[in-house]
Design a protein around this ligand. Structure first.
Ligand code: COA
Length: 703
């Protein structure tokens, strides 16, 4: 990213409005008026061949006629005129173009959009948009948009893929009292996209946290990379999570890989805090822009009401920061600030008798205590207390404690006086919310941030004993046969090339061969049909398990071939695979998709009914570390089954973590070839006894 060019685009020292209109109410007029009204100190140059002067400013026929240097041009002319103006801007030496104009890729005109990007790049310019509202910056007093006014000042900055939403958020900042420094509309993301804006805002001295409204990343991996490197908190609200999952899938994993789950995984790997909805985006932006991360799990709640205390306790559990009893010394000290019928355990209930002295004393002591990692203060408006005085004493207590690296959030439940006190707290850098669960959710975001930031550098490692050439040969042969689905045995050979432990299998074409292989492997044996035209082998009567002797092998061979021929008379039958029968164990599934946004992505879950019915699966964008693989194992709902329930010994989770990492390596290494894949089931044995891939499926990318 060229910082100078991006600065020119997003914080220009001078700006031209190409298409500045003489007619009030038109976008080109509004943008010019907004620049003037926002008290922008840089040069403003209206461009319109038909006008001499607009809004008191001298107007020029084209940017080339402007004698001064121009950093950025805002385009508000119809789409068909944009290419010529891009060239003129390039000739003028302009750094960046904010193209408000609609009528490009969003209406199917991809070529026109590519064309203007190509033209801009020839001159080293960057394009924001097209199809944007513009850029707003409080610290630069710059409203280069057709949103009505600058947002309430704040220290977070927002990047939005929706223009209309950005305008709505702009106005809502005043109602919600959550401000932003910058609002950036990125529209069609023809050139500047989320990764560029993350990188740029991360170095912007007026931005403390970055909020994103996302409909879809163009290049998910670049965003992960940019977010991973960012030193500031990033909050993402992902909309449109349902459509993508509907895409047809040939593998089990493909059918389970909805956008919501993969975005969730990618956010976690990138260190992006998720916002559930718009309210949550505001709430979390507020807390992450004002407070330090919560670097531990010990949350203390101080309250003057039992009810809000219980609501807070419930919320703490729900949002992943469950309360623990405070240590004895904290309890002993805090008892000084409550009547005998109060409770110092956690939540610390100062009772309805709590006054400013008790709030002051308890907050000051608690925040400074080494056990406390984060403090939530709850207050219900009472007749004996003044909400504003409570707010002031909380602020004073935090200041007097001298603690700056621990977070505090506050909830007020009350009327107008409480509302005013909350606004005062916000202005003084302390996030205050109208309900206990919101204050707890905000604290949970700070805890989540500390945790996920720790994990963002868990990158993948290389795997030894890989025979990529062998895997490619198998794939090449299948392609030569005109197939894009590998047979089970071919899939297993590819897995073997990446050191994945598969059940021993051999393809046989005669009964005698089958007997010979079975005797070599030892009984019991499983036999399955091998045909690229029969993917669901059991449905075709193509699987016989638990074969105990030679007679059984001969019988099964006949049966399988006959069933397969009846099931699909035209099926091309390769033969029958004879394979060792894996002893009973716990079934899990590992699979992959080549996600269109994030590329190769691994899925893990418990097998059988858990995956079929409960869809209890989790994802990671490959590659990733073993630590991340272990997290995958522990984050599915069925994790306790793998940990060993009802006296059963734990499963070999370390072996699962190993195979997940190898799998991730394989799908990255073969990303040009593999579209989807499943290892299903993988049978896992007790700790120390490993696992076996029993069935395998690989679907190739169409070439
Ligand atoms: N250089 C400078 N000025 C030019 C020009 C050029 N090459 N070509 C035209 N103009 C002038 C016009 O003369 C006009 O000025 P006037 O009103 O004083 O006559 C002005 O530019 C605007 O052109 P006009 O043809 O009147 O277009 P418009 O105002 O009706 O629409 C857009 C232009 C960009 C607003 C419109 O095409 C559009 O894209 N609207 C949607 C924008 C949007 O919603 N974006 C965000 C989505 S979230």
């Amino acid at each position: 990213m060229n910082i100078e060019v991006m600065n020119g685009l997003l914080t220009p020292k001078s700006v031209a409005v190409v298409g500045a209109s003489t007619k009030p109410g038109k976008i080109g007029h509004t943008v010019l008026m907004n620049l003037i009204d926002s008290n922008y100190a840089g040069g403003i140059f209206p461009i319109n061949p038909k006008a001499e002067e607009i809004l008191g400013l001298k107007c020029y026929p084209s940017v080339l006629d402007v004698p001064d240097q121009i950093d950025s041009a805002i385009l508000t002319i119809p789409a068909k005129f944009v290419p010529d103006v891009v060239v003129q801007c390039g000739e003028k030496g302009i750094k960046g173009l904010n193209i408000i104009t609609s009528g490009f890729s969003e209406v199917g005109k991809q070529e026109l959009e590519h064309h203007i990007v190509e033209l801009a790049h020839q001159y080293g310019m960057r394009i924001l948009g097209p199809n944007i509202v513009g850029v707003l910056s409080n610290s630069d007093k710059f409203n280069g948009s057709f949103a009505p006014f600058l947002p309430l000042p704040g220290s977070g900055s927002l990047v939005s893929q929706s223009g209309a939403l950005l305008i709505g958020i702009d106005a809502a900042t005043y109602l919600r009292k959550v401000g932003f420094d910058k609002l950036i509309s990125i529209g069609n993301m023809s050139d500047v996209n989320f990764s560029d804006t993350i990188e740029w805002l991360d170095q912007d001295e007026n931005t403390t946290c970055i909020s994103l409204y996302i409909e879809g990343f163009k290049d998910g991996r670049k965003v992960i990379e940019a977010a991973r490197k960012a030193k500031k908190p990033i909050i993402g609200l992902k909309a449109g999570v349902s459509a993508h999952g509907a895409a047809a899938a040939a593998s089990h994993t493909g059918s389970l890989a909805g956008a919501a789950k993969i975005y969730k995984a990618a956010f976690r790997q990138a260190g992006i805090i998720e916002a559930e909805n718009l309210d949550n985006l505001f709430d979390r932006t507020l807390v992450l822009s004002l407070q330090p991360p919560m670097k531990g799990d010990n949350l203390l709640i101080i309250t003057n009401g039992g009810g809000v205390g219980v609501l807070g306790t419930d919320a703490a559990e729900k949002f992943g920061v469950p309360l623990k009893y405070a240590p004895e010394d904290i309890q002993a000290e805090l008892k000084k600030y409550m009547p005998p019928f109060g409770s110092a355990k956690n939540p610390v209930d100062l009772t309805g008798m709590a006054d400013t002295d008790w709030y002051y004393g308890s907050v000051k002591y608690a925040i400074a205590h080494p056990w406390v990692d984060g403090l939530v203060v709850l207050y219900c408006e009472t007749a004996m207390t003044d909400p504003q005085e409570i707010a002031q004493c909380i602020k004073r207590a935090i200041k007097d404690s001298g603690v700056k690296d621990k977070p505090v959030t506050i909830s007020y439940v009350g009327g107008e006086k409480s509302e005013k006190a909350m606004h005062w707290l916000l202005k003084n850098g302390i996030p205050a919310y109208g309900a206990p669960d919101l204050a707890i959710n905000a604290m949970a975001a700070l805890n989540e941030y500390a945790k996920i930031k720790e994990a963002v550098n868990d990158l993948g490692e290389d795997i030894d004993n890989v025979d990529k050439q062998k895997a490619l040969e198998i794939i090449k042969k299948a392609r030569a046969d005109g197939r894009n689905a590998l047979t089970e045995i071919e899939s297993k050979r590819v897995f073997e090339a990446y050191s994945l432990p598969v059940t021993r299998s051999e393809l046989t074409t005669t009964k005698d061969e089958a007997v010979e292989v079975a005797e070599k492997f030892g009984f019991p044996i499983v036999m399955k049909i091998v045909s690229p035209d029969i993917l669901h082998k059991s449905d075709a009567g193509g699987v016989v398990i638990d074969i105990q002797n030679v007679d059984g092998i001969r019988k099964a061979f006949n049966e399988i071939i006959t069933n397969a021929k009846t099931y699909n008379t035209k099926a091309n039958i390769h033969g029958v695979v004879v394979q060792e029968m894996a002893p009973w164990g716990t079934e899990v599934i590992i699979g992959s998709v080549n996600d269109r946004t994030f590329g190769p992505t691994v899925m893990f879950g418990l097998g059988g009914i858990f995956v079929e019915v409960l869809k209890d699966v989790t994802f990671r964008v490959a590659p990733f570390s073993k630590k991340q693989a272990r997290q995958m194992i522990s984050e599915i709902r069925g994790a306790p089954i793998l940990a060993g329930v009802r006296g059963e010994k734990p499963c070999d989770r370390e072996a699962i973590a190993n195979i997940i990492c190898k799998y991730a390596f394989m799908i990255i290494d073969l990303q040009d070839e593999i579209s989807e894949s499943d290892a299903n089931p993988v049978v896992v044995y007790e700790e120390g006894n490993g696992l076996k891939v029993v069935d395998a499926r690989i679907i190739l990318k169409k070439k």
